[in-house]
Design a protein around this ligand. Structure first.
Ligand SMILES: [Zn+2]
Length: 157
């Protein structure tokens, strides 16, 4: 069943949604929840989101050895991809496959953090969640290695 606008606005869900996406807030809503004024409007929200993103990058770098190792490898790979005399599509595939590894590693680290926050004792579901995150990283790394091997091979021969 679909909620009407008014119902959505009265429910907690609306508050939650405001925090996540840029749902525009009308004047009546601001009158009732003035503290939302600075919270969700366009530019302020984007600046805050950028701050959270920077915190996330820092947290991944500080807490995750795998992220640091892949980060160093990614910077070197991107430098090589920029230096190589290849066409733009090849370059973007070389860089993109490596950036994808970083993205997946960050999401995997986020899952690990959440699982550890739930509890450090052994649980089948916690193990499953971490294993699946780890599998995603592995697939991204295989994709990057295959991309580099294929494109470098055809470039160098
Ligand atoms: Zn980890």
């Amino acid at each position: 069943m679909q909620m009407r606008r008014k119902d959505i606005r009265n429910s907690g869900e609306f508050l939650w949604r405001c925090d996540l996406d840029s749902v525009s807030i009308d004047a009546q809503y601001l009158k009732r929840f003035p503290f939302m004024a600075n919270n969700s409007t366009g530019i302020t929200r984007i600046i805050k989101a950028a701050g959270y993103s920077w915190q996330g990058l820092r947290a991944a770098w500080i807490n995750e050895a795998a992220f640091r190792q892949e980060g160093v490898a990614a910077v070197i790979a991107i430098a090589i991809a920029c230096w190589l005399d290849v066409d733009p599509i090849t370059r973007i595939l070389l860089i993109g496959s490596v950036v994808l590894v970083m993205i997946v590693e960050i999401l995997n680290s986020a899952i690990e953090a959440l699982v550890d926050r739930v509890g450090t004792d052994y649980h089948e579901l916690s193990g499953r969640a971490k294993d699946m995150g780890s599998a995603a990283v592995l697939i991204a790394i295989i994709l990057a290695v295959a991309t580099w091997a294929t494109l470098l091979w055809s470039h160098l021969r």
